[in-house]
Ligand binder design. Sequence first.
Ligand SMILES: NC(=O)c1ccc[n+]([C@@H]2O[C@H](COP(=O)([O-])OP(=O)(O)OC[C@H]3O[C@@H](n4cnc5c(N)ncnc54)[C@H](O)[C@@H]3O)[C@@H](O)[C@H]2O)c1
Length: 372
Amino acid sequence: MTKHVLITGGAGFIGSHIADLLLRTGHSVRVLDNLTPQVHGDVGGRPHYLDADAELVIGDVRDRSRLETALDGIDAVIHLAAAVGVGQSMYDIVSYVQTNDVGTAVLLEALSKRPVERLVVASSMSVYGEGLARRMDGTAVSPKERGLDQLRRGDWELRDRDGEVLRPIPTPESKQPALSSVYALNKYTQERMALIVGKAYGISTVALRFFNVYGPRQALSNPYTGVLAIFAARLLNSRPPLVFEDGLQQRDFVHVSDVARACLLALTTQTGIGQVFNIGSGQSRTVISIADDLARVVGMSQITPRITAKYRSGDIRHCFADISQSRTTLGYSPQVDFRAGLEELAAWLEGQLADDKIDSATAELERRGLVA
Ligand SMILES: NC(=O)c1ccc[n+]([C@@H]2O[C@H](COP(=O)([O-])OP(=O)(O)OC[C@H]3O[C@@H](n4cnc5c(N)ncnc54)[C@H](O)[C@@H]3O)[C@@H](O)[C@H]2O)c1
């Protein structure tokens, strides 16, 4: 049955792919987005990639009356509108709290007066802090954040109290959150607030913790988010990607079309209401390996990524998803092989121009003592 779906932040990277999938599967889509300049550039205007059948309401989620207009006739909401960047959240604190926490509060207050059938909220792997790890004796542990002394020595790996190196393992939803940036705190607040208010007002709510999402349409000129997009922006300007620490930190890269499929499942599932789910690929990759892979697929393997041996405040060492819960409860199954996804990204990059702002963004963090 056709659902009328509102996607907040739907003109962005992930939202536009969800819009495509919903329209393809017979739903109607309205997008509420303020076209943030950091993501969409200063000129603004409707992004050319946004499907013509998606209705665009330009407005801020914090604007109550605009939001109420956008909610008119809507059955389900996918809430993506957010300021997205771990490093930037550590100094642009008021703006992150306003957009992410207050924005979600305004949405939920509007929904409390006019409940919808379903709410899907985008959370993030950042809520875990360090992912789960194992000691040599096989016991699973939630690693402590690395201390400044350790990082200053360039000793990057996670260790237990006795100094033994811990081996990262897939992180399930049951891992206790360990919030190490304002952005992580925002995402946790968003998911909890949505689940609490959803339950109170009979709105079936599902929270999805996305891991590192990649694919076409990622904002290449936004230096604060999306490691593959940031590396791509460097390569398109014939500069080496800058890799923090030693590059051996592990992440989970999930293709945006798999994330879109997960959102559709969350919109229709009869099980898992009121729960959170990891949406990743279930595979781990080192950051240096993806910098090398990207340079190769864009035909620039002569450019060697530069390992900075620096660390950024709020960064974690390893985190990748255990997706067994989303497989069994939502029926989620990632389809896009990483190599095929990278090839597709490379083909899209061919037609793109990118303003590489990473040096100024890193200088900003350095000036504030957030990179060392
Ligand atoms: N990209 C990832 O790897 C990733 C990982 C984990 C979670 N997420 C979450 O997924 C969601 C979408 O992320 P994305 O990668 O598509 O980011 P994006 O920046 O491409 O999209 C976010 C959209 O929200 C809009 N927006 C920002 N503030 C707004 C406001 N106040 N009112 C209305 N619209 C506003 C922006 O203009 C943009 O179009 C976010 O909630 C993000 O936290 C993303």
